[in-house]
Ligand binder design. Structure first.
Ligand SMILES: Nc1ncnc2c1ncn2[C@@H]1O[C@H](COP(=O)(O)OP(=O)(O)OP(=O)(O)O)[C@@H](O)[C@H]1O
Ligand SMILES: [Mg+2]
Length: 451
């Protein structure tokens, strides 16, 4: 919000500045020159000038384009012919209009960008070119943004600064939609939804809704829920806030955490059923007990757990009021166990099921891991997959190369064996471990045995 205000102020001051310079330049033009000059200072009234930064980014990108171009021409042309680039001036063209940018640094290190153009292009420059440059600079800046993965610190470690709520590392997960194995139609649908969301600024304003979107990802372990979150972040260039509910004590801490998130981010609560079971249920039991024994203590207890209603209030209310362009994702292994209040329509915008590996999904994995489009063993795998539940993670594990060389035949045979084993055990109702914590253990085991 600070940023928004600053940008607004800045744009306002730009407009004022423009009219000032227009007046000034008009006189200037009449007496001396056909050229108009507009200045953008690094600071405006001691405030950092965000348009200055955006223009600088834009020009930076332009300059490297140009440098590349110059390098290319150096190869072709003889040495004597190579243009000497004026380092301080950048020439730009926009709708047939030529302008020049120049950076000036004064003795105190204070910088100013000077834009020069012919007075006959003034309307185009002031009406649309400057706006274009600022927008373009902002979007280049956003693209180059280093994504971060935030995790909340235990609230007992918080001090008075907002910085202590979250710690972060650079987010560098290779997860992407292309290699994600799932029904291609569903994938397309999700990608469309994400595109509509990330380009939806005007739309959300028009319909009077906060620019937010909620996804519920559900499915058995190892079906790609966490991978999909990484893919979403990579696709949109958003940071991730991985919210660990067990590290906070109550709803007001939850609120503090969530209001300290930045825009263009995905807030993730994994295994929502577990986090809330821990808190919601315990709270209910305690309330029953304490209200019978000691009313006062009951209200004390109320404050000490994150509750389902706290989370819901947040999604419905505060969530809408605290900043824009955020996605919230819940994941669960057991959608049936979730409180219906949490998943009613309108609260989570899209329910996405990640399911056991279908043949379609397998083909994506075979392409990723073995670079295979087809293979004589595919037929057998297809029919086995129809009658066996296997998570994509298990398929991937079998397709992963065990040697320096990829051995497609060997990997596919491994997979067939795994499928046949699963088929047998599923027939004997041994399925997979039922308890989430056992699942987690198996997963950790799977990961460590992979490594
Ligand atoms: N649909 C998929 N497409 C491609 N790879 C997958 C898919 N599902 C799982 N994998 C592979 O299995 C690994 C584990 O998957 P992931 O962590 O995304 O599962 P999950 O659904 O989040 O499981 P859990 O419910 O246990 O958290 C991933 O690192 C990935 O390599
Ligand atoms: Mg996961």
């Amino acid at each position: 919000n600070h940023l928004k205000i600053a940008i607004k102020e800045f744009l306002l001051s730009t407009i004022q500045q423009l009219s000032f310079f227009q007046r000034f330049s008009d006189r200037f033009i009449n007496f001396f020159s056909p050229y108009v000059e507009i200045n953008f200072s690094q600071y405006e009234d001691y405030q950092f000038n965000h348009a200055f930064a955006a223009i600088e980014t834009y020009l930076g990108a332009k300059a490297t384009d140009k440098a590349k171009h110059l390098r290319a021409s150096q190869v072709k042309e003889s040495k004597g012919l190579v243009l000497k680039r004026d380092e301080t001036k950048v020439r730009d063209e926009y709708e047939g209009v030529t302008v020049w940018w120049e950076m000036e640094t004064d003795s105190t290190g204070y910088r100013t960008l000077k834009l020069t153009f012919h007075r006959r292009s003034r309307d185009i420059v002031t009406d649309s070119y400057i706006k274009y440059v600022v927008e373009e600079g902002k979007s280049i800046g956003a693209k180059n943004k280093q994504m971060k993965l935030f995790t909340n610190n235990p609230s007992s470690h918080w001090d008075s600064s907002k910085k202590s709520f979250w710690r972060y590392i650079d987010f560098e997960h290779p997860g992407n939609f292309q290699t994600l194995a799932m029904d291609p139609k569903k994938k397309e649908e999700i990608l469309n939804d994400l595109a509509a969301f990330s380009n939806g600024k005007e739309y959300y304003k028009k319909i009077g809704k906060a620019w937010k979107r909620g996804y519920l990802l559900y499915g058995p372990p190892g079906t790609g829920k966490s991978t999909m979150i990484a893919a979403m972040a990579n696709h949109l260039n958003y940071s991730i806030y991985d919210l660990e509910l067990t590290a906070i004590r109550n709803n007001s801490e939850l609120r503090k955490l969530l209001t300290a998130t930045s825009s263009k981010s995905i807030i993730v609560i994994e295994d929502i059923d577990c986090s809330l079971d821990l808190t919601g249920k315990r709270k209910k039991e305690r309330n029953l007990m304490t209200s019978r024994e000691d009313g006062e203590q009951g209200s004390e207890e109320d404050k000490s757990f994150v509750t389902l209603s706290g989370l819901l209030n947040f999604i419905d209310g505060i969530w809408s009021a605290c900043g824009q362009e955020r996605i919230i994702v819940f994941t669960t292994n057991h959608i049936a166990k979730l409180d219906p209040a949490l998943i009613r329509r309108g609260r989570m915008d899209m329910h996405i099921e990640l399911s056991y590996c279908s043949f379609e999904a397998f083909k994506i994995l075979a392409k990723n891991y073995l670079d295979l489009d087809t293979h004589p063993l595919f037929k057998k795998i297809e029919s086995l997959m129809k009658e066996t539940k296997i998570a994509p993670a298990d398929v991937a594990e079998n397709l992963m190369k065990k040697n320096v060389e990829i051995d497609a035949d060997g990997s596919l045979k491994d997979l067939i064996q795994a499928l046949e084993r699963k088929k047998k055990s599923q027939g004997a109702q041994l399925d997979e471990p039922k308890d989430k914590y056992i699942n987690k253990f198996y997963k950790a085991f799977r990961m460590s045995s992979k490594a």
